[in-house]
Ligand binder design. Structure first.
Ligand code: CP
Length: 314
């Protein structure tokens, strides 16, 4: 495995190894300043990693950059494509060729779903997909899986409810691919509905992901909530529907309030890739089941160190 461009690049052994490494990083994160000091050697020490984000990001970019610093590496950062030569018409092919002359690894996010194919062909250094349009977000899927395992003590056979934008939510796509391929979970889908110029649209999962999964409406989702181990909430990605949305679109999405959360099992967990747009009330934030604000975010650091180290080692 040279790149991590899709969750399809991950064998089960890769996931196990990355989780072992992430757990080691987690145990030592606060004890030391640099991973290289701990292990005697980090593959990233004094290496240069380009962090190139052509779509907005807070968590993915900053956690990758913090992870690189912790590993003792250096960051070359492009946080806005309008400041790069992409805005002057440079092709992605040339962009990858160029960055590869300056960096030892590339973290890349772009709205074009097909960019990973270009990276695979033209990048001479490893590339990690930090978001490819509405299609994939593999490191988010890994950190979500790692969070699920830690929150509820395992993944296999668990009941997981996905709510919100299942059509454009790349984190949902990558996570569901891994859950269905390796973990045999029972997955329930509660898609949001939005008002578009051509009428109400249900944001259902694209067919390629949704074989044998169970769709529920908001009413039924509330009924099965007490039996769920994980509830994975997502926002409606209005930016992916710019030309189709009604002027003031009505959005029908499950909203988790504290009374609703109190119907859930004590040993269940609520995840959200964030940012949120009203689908979880702030009153839920202090509930022990709310993993999204602290534990899920912190796990992003450990998983991203582990993924970079794992790829560099290979
Ligand atoms: N979860 C996630 O991808 O967040 P950002 O868009 O802030 O990176």
């Amino acid at each position: 495995m040279k790149h991590l461009l899709s969750v399809d690049d991950l064998e089960k052994d890769d996931i196990v190894n990355i989780f072992d490494l992430a757990s080691y990083v987690e145990q030592n994160w606060t004890k030391i300043d640099r991973y290289g000091d701990l292990s005697g050697m980090s593959y990233a020490t004094n290496k240069c990693v380009a962090s190139f984000f052509a779509e907005p990001s807070t968590r993915t970019r900053l956690s990758f950059e913090r992870a690189i610093q912790w590993m003792g590496g250096h960051v070359l950062s492009v946080a806005d494509a309008s400041s790069s030569s992409i805005s002057k018409g440079e092709s992605l092919k040339d962009t990858f060729r160029t960055i590869g002359q300056y960096a030892d690894m590339i973290i890349f996010r772009h709205g074009d779903e097909k960019w990973p194919d270009i990276a695979k062909e033209y990048s001479r250094v490893p590339v990690i997909n930090a978001g490819s349009g509405a299609k994939e977000h593999p490191t988010q899927a890994l950190l979500d899986l790692y969070t699920i395992e830690k929150e509820i003590g395992g993944i296999k056979g668990k009941n997981i409810l996905f709510c919100g934008d299942l059509l454009f939510g790349r984190t949902v796509h990558s996570l569901i691919k891994l859950l269905t391929k390796y973990y045999n979970c029972k997955i329930y889908l509660c898609p949001a509905t939005v008002e578009t110029l051509s009428g109400p649209k249900s944001l259902m999962l694209p067919n390629e992901y949704s074989d044998n999964l169970c769709y529920v409406d908001v009413g039924f989702a509330l009924k099965i909530l007490p039996t769920m181990d994980i509830v994975y909430m997502t926002r409606v990605q209005k930016e992916r529907m710019k030309n189709d949305l009604a002027p003031y679109p009505k959005i029908d999405n499950l909203e988790l309030t504290l009374p609703i959360v109190n119907t859930m099992k004590h040993n269940s967990a609520i995840l959200h890739p964030l940012p949120r747009n009203g689908e979880i009330s702030e009153e839920v934030d202090d509930d022990p089941r709310a993993a999204y604000h602290e534990r899920q975010l912190r796990n992003g650091l450990y998983i991203r160190v582990a993924v970079m180290e794992y790829l560099m080692e290979k």
